[in-house]
Design a protein around this ligand. Structure first.
Ligand SMILES: [Mn+2]
Length: 268
């Protein structure tokens, strides 16, 4: 509560919770359901505190699978989204997904962020980079996996994300003062380069014609879309599918992915 007060005093509109302690080394030590209930009670209490103080403040929950605890509760952005729906004031609570934290767990970060955007819960984001299965490396944005960084930037820009683009990262420990500035400049420059590359990808005629072909519909399945009905379900169960005809159509995913690489490598 003291930290919330201080943040508001400095003009903060979003308060990030990273529950780094909120986990366990051994499940012999505490009951996980009780722990989730305690966590919920704490978040409800703090929401009420902010409302009571009439703060113009939203909360953003940051998931992480482990470190410093052996296992941290609500370990991914998806867990956090499910948890938020159970709070008294879900409208004032969203997520702060961090690239490194989802990559530590081997997850597709872009998919986690997409789920947060779809839920209207992307209140903040922590950009950095990280190899799978390592300690929390917090590398410069794009330092490890440029392609996943590209699809993340493309997702944010295509969906007109308008909250802070925040870099939660640090320079290599080898750096002097100028090296730290290289690191900070690199984070921002890579984001902006990938933003340009996303615009190039969206404007590339060959790429867009493959995307259109992949997503083209012959209209045959239209009758099954939308709301459920018994008649629709019965008709769908009776629908015949020509497996050989469907499988004979090449989808050009290889070509599309290679063209993406060529955009990123600067040869297109
Ligand atoms: Mn973070």
């Amino acid at each position: 509560m003291n930290a919330i007060d201080l943040g508001v005093e400095f003009g903060a509109k979003t308060y990030v919770f990273w529950g780094g302690r909120e986990g366990t080394e051994s499940d012999a030590t505490k009951d996980p359901i009780t722990s989730i209930k305690r966590n919920r009670e704490a978040m409800n209490f703090l929401c009420e505190y902010a409302l009571d103080k009439k703060y113009d403040l939203k909360f953003a929950l940051e998931a992480k699978p482990n470190e410093p605890r052996g296992d941290i509760y609500n370990s991914t952005t998806g867990h956090m989204l499910a948890f938020i729906a159970t709070l008294y004031h879900p409208e004032m609570v969203g997520v702060n997904p961090e690239v490194a934290h989802e990559h530590m767990a081997g997850l597709n970060f872009t998919h986690g962020v997409a789920q947060a955007i779809d839920a209207g819960k992307l209140f903040h984001i922590d950009l950095n980079d990280q190899a799978f299965g390592r300690y929390d490396q917090d590398f410069r944005f794009g330092a490890v996996n440029l392609k996943s960084a590209f699809f993340l930037v493309k997702l944010l820009e295509d969906n007109k994300y308008d909250n802070s683009r925040h870099f939660d990262a640090h320079a290599y420990r080898t750096e002097d003062y100028e090296g730290v500035k290289d690191f900070a400049r690199g984070c921002m420059r890579t984001y902006l380069i990938l933003k340009n590359k996303a615009a190039q990808w969206n404007a590339d005629q060959e790429i867009q014609s493959i995307v259109a072909e992949i997503n083209a519909s012959d209209g045959l399945m239209d009758q099954y879309f939308g709301k459920y009905s018994t008649a629709k379900a019965n008709a769908l169960k009776g629908q015949a599918f020509d497996r050989s005809a469907i499988a004979s159509r090449g989808l050009k995913y290889e070509r599309l992915d290679q063209l993406t690489n060529e955009v990123l490598l600067g040869v297109r």
